[in-house]
Write a protein that binds this ligand. Structure first.
Ligand SMILES: *Cc1c(COP(=O)(O)O)cnc(C)c1O
Length: 420
Protein backbone atom coordinates (compact mmCIF):
# COMPACT_ATOMS: atom_id res chain seq x y z
CA UNK A 1 0.00 0.00 0.00
CA UNK A 2 1.11 3.54 -0.59
CA UNK A 3 -0.55 6.76 0.37
CA UNK A 4 -1.54 9.00 -2.56
CA UNK A 5 -1.51 12.51 -1.20
CA UNK A 6 -1.11 15.97 -2.66
CA UNK A 7 1.40 18.24 -0.93
CA UNK A 8 -0.60 21.48 -1.30
CA UNK A 9 -3.67 22.59 0.67
CA UNK A 10 -6.84 23.54 -1.19
CA UNK A 11 -6.42 27.16 -0.18
CA UNK A 12 -2.81 27.34 -1.32
CA UNK A 13 -3.71 25.59 -4.57
CA UNK A 14 -6.37 28.19 -5.37
CA UNK A 15 -3.77 30.92 -4.91
CA UNK A 16 -1.43 29.15 -7.31
CA UNK A 17 -4.22 28.71 -9.86
CA UNK A 18 -5.10 32.41 -9.61
CA UNK A 19 -1.64 33.09 -10.99
CA UNK A 20 -1.14 30.03 -13.19
CA UNK A 21 -4.40 28.74 -14.67
CA UNK A 22 -4.96 24.99 -14.99
CA UNK A 23 -3.84 22.71 -16.45
CA UNK A 24 -0.27 22.56 -15.20
CA UNK A 25 2.27 20.10 -13.87
CA UNK A 26 3.72 20.81 -10.47
CA UNK A 27 6.80 19.12 -9.00
CA UNK A 28 7.57 18.79 -5.30
CA UNK A 29 11.22 19.83 -4.89
CA UNK A 30 11.59 18.68 -1.31
CA UNK A 31 10.27 15.19 -2.03
CA UNK A 32 12.45 14.84 -5.11
CA UNK A 33 15.57 15.81 -3.17
CA UNK A 34 14.73 13.40 -0.34
CA UNK A 35 14.11 10.65 -2.85
CA UNK A 36 17.47 11.15 -4.57
CA UNK A 37 19.23 11.12 -1.21
CA UNK A 38 17.53 7.85 -0.41
CA UNK A 39 18.81 6.31 -3.66
CA UNK A 40 22.38 7.45 -3.01
CA UNK A 41 22.18 6.11 0.55
CA UNK A 42 21.00 2.68 -0.63
CA UNK A 43 24.19 2.41 -2.67
CA UNK A 44 26.58 4.16 -0.30
CA UNK A 45 28.45 0.86 0.12
CA UNK A 46 29.72 1.11 -3.47
CA UNK A 47 33.22 2.58 -4.09
CA UNK A 48 31.30 5.15 -6.11
CA UNK A 49 27.63 5.41 -6.97
CA UNK A 50 26.38 7.49 -9.86
CA UNK A 51 22.85 8.38 -10.85
CA UNK A 52 22.52 9.74 -14.37
CA UNK A 53 18.97 11.07 -14.43
CA UNK A 54 17.21 9.93 -17.61
CA UNK A 55 16.52 13.37 -19.08
CA UNK A 56 13.75 12.09 -21.33
CA UNK A 57 11.58 11.41 -18.27
CA UNK A 58 11.36 15.08 -17.25
CA UNK A 59 13.42 17.24 -19.58
CA UNK A 60 13.48 20.50 -17.67
CA UNK A 61 16.89 22.06 -16.97
CA UNK A 62 15.64 23.66 -13.75
CA UNK A 63 15.03 20.18 -12.39
CA UNK A 64 18.39 19.01 -13.75
CA UNK A 65 20.03 21.76 -11.66
CA UNK A 66 18.40 20.32 -8.56
CA UNK A 67 19.59 16.83 -9.44
CA UNK A 68 23.08 18.22 -9.96
CA UNK A 69 23.02 19.80 -6.50
CA UNK A 70 22.20 16.37 -5.13
CA UNK A 71 25.14 14.81 -6.95
CA UNK A 72 23.38 13.32 -9.96
CA UNK A 73 24.33 13.56 -13.63
CA UNK A 74 22.32 13.22 -16.82
CA UNK A 75 21.53 10.35 -19.14
CA UNK A 76 20.87 11.77 -22.59
CA UNK A 77 19.53 10.22 -25.74
CA UNK A 78 19.20 13.15 -28.11
CA UNK A 79 20.96 16.36 -29.11
CA UNK A 80 18.38 18.48 -27.30
CA UNK A 81 18.83 16.45 -24.12
CA UNK A 82 22.59 16.99 -24.28
CA UNK A 83 21.95 20.71 -24.64
CA UNK A 84 19.49 20.70 -21.73
CA UNK A 85 22.17 19.09 -19.57
CA UNK A 86 24.71 21.66 -20.66
CA UNK A 87 22.19 24.41 -19.86
CA UNK A 88 21.98 22.99 -16.33
CA UNK A 89 25.79 23.00 -16.17
CA UNK A 90 26.01 19.23 -16.25
CA UNK A 91 28.98 18.41 -18.47
CA UNK A 92 31.91 16.00 -18.88
CA UNK A 93 31.56 12.54 -17.43
CA UNK A 94 28.48 13.63 -15.50
CA UNK A 95 26.74 13.01 -18.83
CA UNK A 96 26.16 9.64 -20.35
CA UNK A 97 24.98 9.47 -23.96
CA UNK A 98 22.78 6.40 -24.25
CA UNK A 99 21.06 6.73 -27.57
CA UNK A 100 20.33 4.37 -30.41
CA UNK A 101 20.22 4.91 -34.15
CA UNK A 102 22.41 7.86 -33.16
CA UNK A 103 22.90 10.71 -35.65
CA UNK A 104 26.35 12.24 -36.14
CA UNK A 105 25.53 15.62 -34.59
CA UNK A 106 24.60 13.92 -31.34
CA UNK A 107 27.93 12.11 -31.15
CA UNK A 108 29.73 15.35 -31.98
CA UNK A 109 27.97 17.25 -29.20
CA UNK A 110 28.61 14.45 -26.70
CA UNK A 111 32.31 14.37 -27.59
CA UNK A 112 32.47 18.16 -27.31
CA UNK A 113 30.95 17.96 -23.83
CA UNK A 114 33.33 15.16 -22.78
CA UNK A 115 30.45 12.80 -22.07
CA UNK A 116 30.69 9.09 -21.48
CA UNK A 117 29.64 7.59 -24.80
CA UNK A 118 27.56 4.46 -24.52
CA UNK A 119 27.26 2.65 -27.84
CA UNK A 120 24.21 0.70 -28.90
CA UNK A 121 25.91 -1.31 -31.64
CA UNK A 122 29.32 -2.57 -32.73
CA UNK A 123 29.06 -0.71 -36.06
CA UNK A 124 28.76 2.56 -34.14
CA UNK A 125 32.45 2.41 -33.19
CA UNK A 126 33.45 3.16 -36.76
CA UNK A 127 30.62 5.66 -37.24
CA UNK A 128 31.64 7.49 -34.09
CA UNK A 129 35.32 7.54 -35.06
CA UNK A 130 34.52 8.82 -38.52
CA UNK A 131 32.00 11.48 -37.47
CA UNK A 132 33.14 12.68 -34.08
CA UNK A 133 36.38 11.00 -33.07
CA UNK A 134 36.98 8.54 -30.26
CA UNK A 135 36.20 9.45 -26.65
CA UNK A 136 38.50 8.80 -23.70
CA UNK A 137 35.85 6.69 -21.99
CA UNK A 138 33.09 4.60 -23.46
CA UNK A 139 30.76 1.76 -22.71
CA UNK A 140 28.53 -0.64 -24.58
CA UNK A 141 24.91 -1.49 -24.04
CA UNK A 142 24.43 -5.20 -23.48
CA UNK A 143 21.44 -7.14 -24.76
CA UNK A 144 21.40 -10.49 -22.95
CA UNK A 145 19.25 -12.14 -25.64
CA UNK A 146 18.16 -15.65 -24.79
CA UNK A 147 20.32 -15.87 -21.69
CA UNK A 148 17.24 -16.08 -19.52
CA UNK A 149 14.43 -17.70 -21.38
CA UNK A 150 10.78 -16.93 -20.72
CA UNK A 151 11.59 -14.52 -17.95
CA UNK A 152 8.78 -12.23 -16.89
CA UNK A 153 11.19 -9.67 -15.52
CA UNK A 154 13.20 -8.77 -18.57
CA UNK A 155 10.71 -9.97 -21.16
CA UNK A 156 12.21 -10.96 -24.50
CA UNK A 157 15.51 -9.15 -25.07
CA UNK A 158 15.74 -10.87 -28.47
CA UNK A 159 12.81 -8.73 -29.59
CA UNK A 160 14.38 -5.47 -28.37
CA UNK A 161 16.18 -3.20 -30.82
CA UNK A 162 18.74 -2.19 -28.23
CA UNK A 163 22.21 -3.29 -27.40
CA UNK A 164 24.90 -5.71 -28.51
CA UNK A 165 24.83 -9.49 -28.30
CA UNK A 166 27.22 -11.33 -26.04
CA UNK A 167 29.69 -12.11 -28.81
CA UNK A 168 29.47 -8.64 -30.30
CA UNK A 169 30.15 -6.93 -27.00
CA UNK A 170 33.42 -8.82 -26.48
CA UNK A 171 34.50 -7.94 -30.02
CA UNK A 172 33.47 -4.33 -29.51
CA UNK A 173 35.66 -3.81 -26.44
CA UNK A 174 38.59 -5.31 -28.33
CA UNK A 175 38.00 -3.09 -31.34
CA UNK A 176 37.66 0.06 -29.23
CA UNK A 177 40.83 -0.90 -27.37
CA UNK A 178 42.65 -1.22 -30.69
CA UNK A 179 41.45 2.27 -31.55
CA UNK A 180 43.12 3.64 -28.44
CA UNK A 181 40.26 3.82 -25.92
CA UNK A 182 41.60 2.95 -22.49
CA UNK A 183 38.72 3.50 -20.08
CA UNK A 184 35.55 1.45 -20.27
CA UNK A 185 32.21 0.94 -18.61
CA UNK A 186 29.43 -1.57 -19.15
CA UNK A 187 25.76 -0.77 -19.57
CA UNK A 188 22.35 -2.36 -19.86
CA UNK A 189 18.73 -1.35 -19.64
CA UNK A 190 16.57 -4.44 -19.65
CA UNK A 191 13.82 -3.80 -17.12
CA UNK A 192 11.06 -1.24 -17.09
CA UNK A 193 8.77 0.02 -14.35
CA UNK A 194 9.89 -2.92 -12.21
CA UNK A 195 8.80 -3.11 -8.58
CA UNK A 196 10.29 -6.47 -7.59
CA UNK A 197 13.67 -6.59 -5.89
CA UNK A 198 14.54 -9.77 -7.85
CA UNK A 199 14.44 -7.77 -11.10
CA UNK A 200 17.33 -5.59 -10.03
CA UNK A 201 19.31 -8.47 -8.59
CA UNK A 202 18.91 -10.46 -11.78
CA UNK A 203 20.20 -7.56 -13.86
CA UNK A 204 23.12 -6.99 -11.51
CA UNK A 205 24.21 -10.61 -11.54
CA UNK A 206 24.12 -10.78 -15.35
CA UNK A 207 26.17 -7.60 -15.60
CA UNK A 208 28.67 -8.44 -12.89
CA UNK A 209 29.35 -11.81 -14.48
CA UNK A 210 29.85 -10.15 -17.84
CA UNK A 211 32.27 -7.63 -16.31
CA UNK A 212 34.30 -10.53 -14.92
CA UNK A 213 34.28 -12.29 -18.29
CA UNK A 214 35.49 -9.10 -20.01
CA UNK A 215 38.30 -8.86 -17.48
CA UNK A 216 39.32 -12.49 -17.88
CA UNK A 217 39.12 -12.59 -21.66
CA UNK A 218 40.33 -9.10 -22.60
CA UNK A 219 42.18 -7.85 -19.56
CA UNK A 220 39.86 -4.83 -19.32
CA UNK A 221 38.91 -3.67 -15.84
CA UNK A 222 35.51 -2.06 -16.27
CA UNK A 223 35.33 1.30 -14.42
CA UNK A 224 31.58 1.29 -13.95
CA UNK A 225 28.62 -0.99 -14.38
CA UNK A 226 25.49 0.94 -15.31
CA UNK A 227 22.40 -1.06 -14.41
CA UNK A 228 20.10 1.26 -16.36
CA UNK A 229 16.81 2.77 -15.25
CA UNK A 230 13.55 0.98 -14.93
CA UNK A 231 12.95 1.32 -11.21
CA UNK A 232 9.18 1.25 -11.04
CA UNK A 233 6.75 3.31 -9.02
CA UNK A 234 3.49 2.12 -7.47
CA UNK A 235 0.94 3.83 -9.69
CA UNK A 236 -1.87 2.00 -7.92
CA UNK A 237 -2.52 2.69 -4.25
CA UNK A 238 -2.51 -1.03 -3.48
CA UNK A 239 1.00 -1.50 -4.89
CA UNK A 240 4.11 -1.26 -2.74
CA UNK A 241 7.02 0.94 -3.64
CA UNK A 242 10.40 -0.56 -4.53
CA UNK A 243 12.38 -1.51 -1.46
CA UNK A 244 15.45 0.50 -2.46
CA UNK A 245 17.33 -0.47 0.66
CA UNK A 246 16.80 -4.18 -0.08
CA UNK A 247 17.82 -3.63 -3.70
CA UNK A 248 20.99 -1.83 -2.59
CA UNK A 249 21.84 -4.52 -0.03
CA UNK A 250 21.12 -7.34 -2.49
CA UNK A 251 23.32 -5.82 -5.18
CA UNK A 252 26.03 -5.25 -2.57
CA UNK A 253 26.00 -8.96 -1.76
CA UNK A 254 26.33 -9.87 -5.46
CA UNK A 255 29.15 -7.35 -5.79
CA UNK A 256 31.00 -9.03 -2.93
CA UNK A 257 30.40 -12.48 -4.40
CA UNK A 258 31.17 -11.76 -8.05
CA UNK A 259 33.12 -8.52 -8.50
CA UNK A 260 35.47 -8.38 -5.53
CA UNK A 261 37.01 -11.88 -5.91
CA UNK A 262 37.69 -11.05 -9.59
CA UNK A 263 39.65 -7.95 -8.66
CA UNK A 264 36.86 -5.58 -9.70
CA UNK A 265 36.27 -4.23 -6.21
CA UNK A 266 36.81 -0.61 -7.20
CA UNK A 267 34.22 -0.63 -10.00
CA UNK A 268 31.56 2.09 -9.66
CA UNK A 269 27.84 1.32 -9.78
CA UNK A 270 25.69 3.55 -11.94
CA UNK A 271 22.00 3.87 -12.63
CA UNK A 272 19.97 6.02 -14.99
CA UNK A 273 16.61 6.21 -13.29
CA UNK A 274 14.04 8.66 -14.48
CA UNK A 275 10.60 7.55 -13.39
CA UNK A 276 11.61 6.62 -9.85
CA UNK A 277 13.24 10.01 -9.21
CA UNK A 278 10.46 12.39 -10.19
CA UNK A 279 7.43 10.25 -11.09
CA UNK A 280 5.58 10.19 -7.77
CA UNK A 281 6.43 13.84 -7.02
CA UNK A 282 4.86 15.44 -10.05
CA UNK A 283 1.13 16.12 -10.42
CA UNK A 284 -1.07 17.19 -13.29
CA UNK A 285 -3.57 19.70 -11.93
CA UNK A 286 -6.73 20.26 -13.98
CA UNK A 287 -10.23 21.62 -13.61
CA UNK A 288 -13.46 19.79 -14.34
CA UNK A 289 -15.19 21.83 -17.05
CA UNK A 290 -17.93 19.50 -18.28
CA UNK A 291 -20.15 16.77 -16.99
CA UNK A 292 -21.93 14.59 -19.47
CA UNK A 293 -24.40 11.75 -18.88
CA UNK A 294 -25.11 9.41 -21.78
CA UNK A 295 -24.54 5.66 -21.67
CA UNK A 296 -21.87 6.46 -19.12
CA UNK A 297 -21.03 9.38 -16.88
CA UNK A 298 -18.22 11.57 -18.11
CA UNK A 299 -16.20 14.30 -16.45
CA UNK A 300 -14.37 16.46 -18.98
CA UNK A 301 -11.18 18.18 -17.87
CA UNK A 302 -9.40 21.21 -19.28
CA UNK A 303 -6.42 18.98 -20.00
CA UNK A 304 -6.02 16.05 -22.39
CA UNK A 305 -3.56 13.37 -23.41
CA UNK A 306 -1.27 16.11 -24.72
CA UNK A 307 -0.57 16.76 -21.04
CA UNK A 308 -0.33 13.14 -19.92
CA UNK A 309 -0.37 10.38 -22.45
CA UNK A 310 0.22 7.26 -20.38
CA UNK A 311 -3.42 6.36 -19.64
CA UNK A 312 -4.44 6.66 -23.30
CA UNK A 313 -1.26 5.14 -24.69
CA UNK A 314 -0.75 2.21 -22.33
CA UNK A 315 -4.04 2.01 -20.46
CA UNK A 316 -1.92 3.00 -17.48
CA UNK A 317 -3.56 3.65 -14.14
CA UNK A 318 -3.02 7.10 -12.66
CA UNK A 319 -4.61 7.83 -9.33
CA UNK A 320 -7.01 10.77 -9.20
CA UNK A 321 -7.81 13.04 -6.27
CA UNK A 322 -10.70 15.50 -6.25
CA UNK A 323 -9.38 18.40 -4.20
CA UNK A 324 -11.45 19.14 -1.11
CA UNK A 325 -13.31 15.83 -1.42
CA UNK A 326 -10.53 13.55 -0.17
CA UNK A 327 -12.70 12.23 2.64
CA UNK A 328 -15.95 11.93 0.76
CA UNK A 329 -17.17 8.48 -0.28
CA UNK A 330 -16.10 7.35 -3.77
CA UNK A 331 -19.70 6.50 -4.66
CA UNK A 332 -19.76 7.73 -8.27
CA UNK A 333 -18.33 6.01 -11.34
CA UNK A 334 -16.87 8.21 -14.06
CA UNK A 335 -14.82 8.18 -17.18
CA UNK A 336 -12.52 11.16 -16.76
CA UNK A 337 -11.74 12.50 -20.20
CA UNK A 338 -9.65 14.99 -22.10
CA UNK A 339 -10.84 17.03 -25.05
CA UNK A 340 -8.95 15.35 -27.88
CA UNK A 341 -10.97 13.95 -30.79
CA UNK A 342 -9.78 10.48 -29.90
CA UNK A 343 -11.98 8.17 -27.89
CA UNK A 344 -9.00 6.86 -25.97
CA UNK A 345 -8.31 10.32 -24.55
CA UNK A 346 -9.40 9.25 -21.08
CA UNK A 347 -7.43 9.67 -17.89
CA UNK A 348 -9.56 7.08 -16.15
CA UNK A 349 -12.27 4.63 -17.15
CA UNK A 350 -15.01 3.47 -14.77
CA UNK A 351 -13.20 5.10 -11.88
CA UNK A 352 -14.90 5.28 -8.51
CA UNK A 353 -14.67 8.85 -7.30
CA UNK A 354 -16.59 11.24 -5.09
CA UNK A 355 -19.28 13.27 -6.83
CA UNK A 356 -17.52 15.76 -9.09
CA UNK A 357 -18.89 19.24 -9.71
CA UNK A 358 -17.94 21.64 -12.47
CA UNK A 359 -15.01 23.72 -11.28
CA UNK A 360 -13.58 21.02 -9.02
CA UNK A 361 -9.81 20.79 -9.15
CA UNK A 362 -8.69 17.37 -10.24
CA UNK A 363 -5.21 16.14 -9.41
CA UNK A 364 -3.72 13.29 -11.42
CA UNK A 365 -0.92 11.61 -9.53
CA UNK A 366 2.43 10.15 -10.57
CA UNK A 367 2.74 12.49 -13.54
CA UNK A 368 6.26 13.66 -12.67
CA UNK A 369 8.02 11.43 -15.21
CA UNK A 370 7.06 10.55 -18.77
CA UNK A 371 4.21 13.04 -18.25
CA UNK A 372 4.72 16.53 -19.64
CA UNK A 373 7.71 15.09 -21.48
CA UNK A 374 5.55 13.02 -23.81
CA UNK A 375 3.28 15.93 -24.69
CA UNK A 376 2.45 16.66 -28.29
CA UNK A 377 0.45 19.06 -30.44
CA UNK A 378 -2.05 16.74 -32.12
CA UNK A 379 -5.43 18.43 -32.59
CA UNK A 380 -3.64 21.75 -32.02
CA UNK A 381 -3.50 21.05 -28.30
CA UNK A 382 -0.92 23.03 -26.38
CA UNK A 383 1.44 21.75 -23.72
CA UNK A 384 0.87 23.02 -20.21
CA UNK A 385 3.13 24.92 -17.84
CA UNK A 386 5.49 23.29 -15.38
CA UNK A 387 5.75 24.61 -11.84
CA UNK A 388 8.19 23.84 -9.07
CA UNK A 389 6.93 23.75 -5.49
CA UNK A 390 9.73 24.85 -3.16
CA UNK A 391 10.16 23.64 0.36
CA UNK A 392 8.82 26.92 1.80
CA UNK A 393 5.60 26.58 -0.19
CA UNK A 394 6.49 29.15 -2.83
CA UNK A 395 6.05 28.24 -6.46
CA UNK A 396 8.40 28.88 -9.39
CA UNK A 397 7.34 28.78 -13.03
CA UNK A 398 9.93 26.54 -14.71
CA UNK A 399 8.25 26.30 -18.11
CA UNK A 400 5.45 28.52 -19.34
CA UNK A 401 2.43 27.06 -21.05
CA UNK A 402 2.56 26.98 -24.84
CA UNK A 403 0.52 29.62 -26.60
CA UNK A 404 -1.22 29.64 -29.95
CA UNK A 405 1.65 31.85 -31.16
CA UNK A 406 4.04 28.98 -30.43
CA UNK A 407 1.81 26.74 -32.48
CA UNK A 408 1.84 29.13 -35.42
CA UNK A 409 5.57 29.81 -35.12
CA UNK A 410 6.56 26.93 -37.41
CA UNK A 411 3.91 27.66 -40.07
CA UNK A 412 5.49 29.70 -42.82
CA UNK A 413 3.53 32.38 -44.61
CA UNK A 414 0.81 32.90 -41.99
CA UNK A 415 2.52 35.48 -39.82
CA UNK A 416 -0.47 37.77 -39.98
CA UNK A 417 -3.03 35.17 -38.92
CA UNK A 418 -2.68 35.97 -35.24
CA UNK A 419 -2.93 39.73 -35.52
CA UNK A 420 -6.55 39.79 -36.65
C1 LIG B 1 13.91 5.55 -20.72
C2 LIG B 1 15.28 5.17 -20.34
C3 LIG B 1 15.69 5.25 -19.00
C4 LIG B 1 14.79 5.68 -17.89
O1 LIG B 1 13.78 4.78 -17.64
P1 LIG B 1 12.86 4.99 -16.35
O2 LIG B 1 11.78 3.99 -16.51
O3 LIG B 1 12.36 6.38 -16.39
O4 LIG B 1 13.74 4.74 -15.16
C5 LIG B 1 16.99 4.95 -18.71
N1 LIG B 1 17.85 4.55 -19.68
C6 LIG B 1 17.50 4.46 -20.95
C7 LIG B 1 18.50 4.05 -21.95
C8 LIG B 1 16.20 4.76 -21.33
O5 LIG B 1 15.85 4.66 -22.62
Amino acid sequence: MNQKSFPISQEALEKIIAKYPTPFHIYDEKAIRQNLRRLFKAFSWAPEFREYFAVKATPNPRLLQIFKEEGAGADCSSLAELMLSEAADITGEKIMLTSNDTPADEFQKAIQLGAVINLDDITHIEYLEKNAGMPSIMSFRYNPGNLIEGNDIIGKPTEAKYGLTHDQILKAYKLAQEKGVKRFGLHCMVISNELRTEGFLLTASIMFNLAVEIKNKLGISIEFVNLGGGIGIPYRPEQDEVDLEAVGAGIHKLYQEIMEPAGLGSCAIAMESGRAITGPYGYLVSTAIHRKDTYKHYIGLDSCMANLMRPALYGAYHHITVIGKENEPADHVYDVTGSLCENNDKFAIDRQLPKIDIGDRIVIHDAGAHGHAMGFNYNGKLRSAELLLHEDGSVELIRRAETIDDYFATLTGFDGALIK
